[in-house]
Write a protein that binds this ligand. Structure first.
Ligand code: ADE
Length: 223
């Protein structure tokens, strides 16, 4: 998989992609991540990428031309399966979307800033608009990192134990069951007996029951 991310502050993304699972996935050659500074495609001497909005009102709007130039250059090199705009008015991201996107080859992501991007760019290029939740961030970069992380960890071979992604919360529509590690007793609190039993069938059954209980208690909307 290849992910291209276009941003006015690409430095914000260096750290999330430069550590842990997302770095390891790149080291293993399972994903290529390319960060692009939109200012490199600015068309004036001031490297402008935004301008005042027509009709008045506070806040700047990301201009069409730099995005057009950037996208056309990238699209001339390869086909993108989805061109994603990160925006609070997009479809709310969930595990099902992550699963689908993890099967794609090339993704292009545009991070919104200021008041957002000129509607004509959305109409012309964008195939998928994603929000990571009902709150407003300062820009789409952190959302792009969140979406990328959720996708990348699903690519076969990225996680050491492939079953661990399958057992994540949401993969079976349920929250994950509680987990424990050593010691078996800590400050008088004991690990549930069944987990020490060595009976894997019983353990599986207990985990499934716990997952249902957790979901009922915390996210009944998922059931
Ligand atoms: N940009 C600003 N807020 C956002 C959000 N909630 N999701 C995605 N992109 C955003």
């Amino acid at each position: 998989m290849r992910i291209d991310i276009v941003s006015v502050v690409p430095d914000l993304l260096i750290s999330p992609f430069g550590a842990s699972i997302m770095q390891r996935a790149q080291d293993k050659g399972l994903v290529e991540v390319h960060l692009h500074n939109l200012r490199n495609w600015a068309t004036d001497n001031y490297k402008s990428v935004d301008d005042y909005q027509y009709g008045g009102g506070a806040g700047m709007v990301m201009m069409c031309e730099p995005i057009e130039k950037c996208f056309e250059e990238l699209m001339a090199e390869r086909h993108y399966d989805q061109i994603i705009y990160l925006t609070p008015d997009g479809s709310v991201f969930n595990q099902k979307m992550a699963n689908k996107l993890s099967l794609q080859g090339n993704l292009l992501m545009l991070c919104g800033h200021y008041k957002g991007v000129d509607q004509r760019i959305r109409d012309t290029y964008i195939t998928l608009e994603i929000s990571i939740g009902d709150y407003v961030l300062s820009g789409g970069e952190i959302a792009a990192a969140v979406v990328s992380d959720a996708i990348i960890r699903l690519i076969p071979g990225v996680l050491n134990d492939e079953t661990s992604a399958l057992e994540d919360s949401f993969q079976d529509g349920l929250l994950a069951p509680p987990v424990y590690t050593r010691p078996a007793e800590w400050n008088g609190l004991k690990v549930p007996e069944v987990l020490l039993s060595g009976n894997f069938k019983k353990i599986e059954q207990w985990r499934h029951e716990q997952a249902i209980q957790q979901t009922q208690k915390r996210r009944p909307d998922l059931l």
